[in-house]
Design a protein around this ligand. Structure first.
Ligand code: AMP
Length: 307
């Protein structure tokens, strides 16, 4: 089962961890170091392959797997990173409790056809105190921005590091985190980073709930209430399509319905321009209904296209 490799290879459970390998592998290679990642990437580049990076925080589900499959569909060798990035969590957020399941993640990645998983520890990602931060303005200022101070600085900085470490041709992100996707696209455009950012559709449960690593925090009653998020976004999208209803009236009604359904707080429920993320009152250009709401200790975010 385990492919023969040249140097510095050892096992982690059922998986092979590669430090100094220079041959492209036909199964998942687990790398823990930046040097190992660069060697694994170079081995595929040497045989003419392109690389598709899929940055994640692990606890993988079908949403993450769809990004790996998106990379495969475009002919890229998928390289997934798994790193729960402390700098994008606020002091009262769930960094310590964030779900971790490395063995399960590796099995899902292998089954999906991923070829490289980069799973560094904190000292590998941040070997010295960081004196540099990548900060995107504008698209970070509304929506989650005020509720999660510093979050997008942490995201932009770690994604920049991952892009510099892996040097992929494309990087794949989910529309599920729509503001994050716009932040990354803006950063790559503004800094002329040599990578194409590919946004992939949100994968949902049959009742509409977007898959999320945090859904496992939901109690049975909260899980039942959670399906109203998609239902209310759909109602808003229908109401405001083609400039029919005012966005503020439609979103106010939907926010009330969420509270009645058992949500504890609606942080925002807004219709925004799909590129600038500025709030709209009437829809005349590509737009998204976008929401963040709390159910018990779980913060859920989601969005859908209008029209
Ligand atoms: P995370 O591990 O939550 O940081 O997510 C890693 C990547 O997976 C991000 O680009 C997310 O937008 C994407 N993602 C998370 N959930 C989904 C989903 N339900 N459908 C599609 N992509 C997703």
């Amino acid at each position: 089962m385990i492919a023969k490799v040249r140097l510095g290879t050892f096992r982690c459970g059922a998986y092979r961890v590669t430090i100094g390998d220079s041959q492209p592998q036909d199964r998942l290679a687990v790398v823990r170091t930046v040097a190992g990642l660069r060697k694994a990437v170079a081995s595929f580049r040497a045989v003419g392959r392109t690389i598709g990076l899929v940055p994640t925080m692990g606890a993988l589900h079908e949403g993450h797997v769809s990004l790996v499959k998106g990379a495969l569909a475009r002919g890229d060798v998928p390289a997934t990173s798994i790193f729960v990035n402390p700098t994008q969590f606020g002091p009262n957020e769930d960094f310590a409790a964030y779900p971790r399941d490395e063995a399960g993640d590796f099995a899902k990645l292998e089954a999906a056809g991923c070829r490289i998983v980069f799973a560094p520890d904190k000292d590998e990602m941040y070997p010295v105190p960081m004196l540099t931060t990548v900060k995107v303005t504008g698209v970070t200022e509304g929506l989650c921005g005020p509720f999660r101070p510093g979050h997008f600085d942490g995201v932009a900085t770690v994604v920049t590091k991952l892009l510099m470490m892996a040097g992929p041709d494309r990087a794949y992100f989910g529309e599920k985190d729509f503001q994050q996707l716009q932040v990354i696209k803006t950063m790559v455009r503004d800094l002329a980073m040599p990578v194409e950012i590919v946004g992939m559709p949100t994968v949902r449960e049959p009742d509409g709930l977007a898959l999320s690593s945090r859904n496992r925090y939901l109690s049975t009653a909260e899980r039942t209430a959670a399906l109203h998020l998609h239902r209310q976004m759909t109602a808003v999208a229908g109401a405001v399509r083609d400039g029919r209803d005012s966005c503020s009236a439609a979103t106010a009604a939907a926010a009330r319905a969420l509270l009645e359904a058992g949500f504890d707080k609606v942080e925002y429920l807004t219709v925004v321009d799909a590129e600038s993320l500025r709030p709209l009152e009437r829809v005349a250009s590509p737009a998204r209904v976008i929401v963040a709401a709390r159910l018990g200790r779980t913060r859920l975010i989601d969005n859908i296209a209008v029209g």
